[in-house]
Design a protein around this ligand. Structure first.
Ligand code: TMP
Length: 216
């Protein structure tokens, strides 16, 4: 990547285990002497912080958190995230591991739209909102069966966010299985996420090995 870092997006339904896997992988990379920047969307910036308030029901949008308005908010947060955090870290040569990116908008907001328009029109529109968001070098999709993810979410015990209903998550799991359709120009690698932490960790590392060169 000509002196620049590597931009990795990690995706999956709620409870897929992306956060845990990113933390473990980041620790391993740092142990091997790599510069790593772990980040997430919604981001910790002002727009991302507001989105988390909406998702948790602590902030109210007057017309409700419709899929189209949410797509705008996520896209705005993404540009702020890219310009204010991801690109500076890449310029410093870091491996940037982002817990979610625009594939989340293409999956979640499409599914949440209940197809009030033909699916391809919704996807095209969400893509156009994210037209200027830099492409990841690689996207890892952690695929889990909805039941496994639901168990993990319940074990976590946190209050349910806006999109954490079992029916929506089941539809999202299907959308992620075919993630290539949503981002046809991107490099996407699937990792099976139903196993134990250690099993998934091994698969995750193997998936990224061809992209993340060893230090030195
Ligand atoms: P998480 O940090 O627990 O993954 O929560 C973020 C939630 O926001 C999750 O339910 C996925 C959702 N989301 C979208 O719907 N669209 C997006 O573009 C992003 C980044 C997240």
């Amino acid at each position: 990547m000509s002196g620049e870092g590597l931009f990795v997006a990690v995706e999956g339904i709620d409870g897929a285990g992306t956060t845990t896997q990113i933390d473990r992988y980041a620790a391993a990379l740092r142990g091997a002497g790599r510069k790593v920047h772990v980040t997430r969307e919604p981001s910790t910036g002002p727009i991302g912080t507001f989105i988390r308030e909406v998702l948790g029901g602590r902030a109210t949008l007057r017309g409700g958190p419709g899929w189209d308005l949410m797509a705008h908010l996520f896209a705005a947060d993404r540009l702020d995230h890219v310009r204010g955090e991801i690109e500076p870290a890449l310029r410093e040569g870091a491996v940037v591991l982002s817990d979610r990116y625009d594939l989340s908008s293409l999956a979640y907001q499409s599914v949440a739209s209940d197809l009030s328009l033909p699916a391809h029109e919704i996807v095209t529109w969400i893509r156009s909102l994210n037209r200027f968001a830099r492409r990841p070098d690689v996207t890892i999709v952690v695929d889990v069966t909805p039941d496994v993810a639901a168990q993990r979410r319940r074990r976590r015990g946190a209050p349910e966010d806006l999109y954490e209903t079992d029916a929506l998550q089941a539809r999202l799991a299907k959308a992620y299985l075919h993630a290539e359709v949503l981002v046809p120009a991107d490099r996407v690698v699937h990792v099976r996420g139903d196993g134990t932490l250690e099993e998934v960790e091994a698969l995750f590392r193997a998936a990224l090995a061809p992209f993340v060169e060893p230090a030195g």
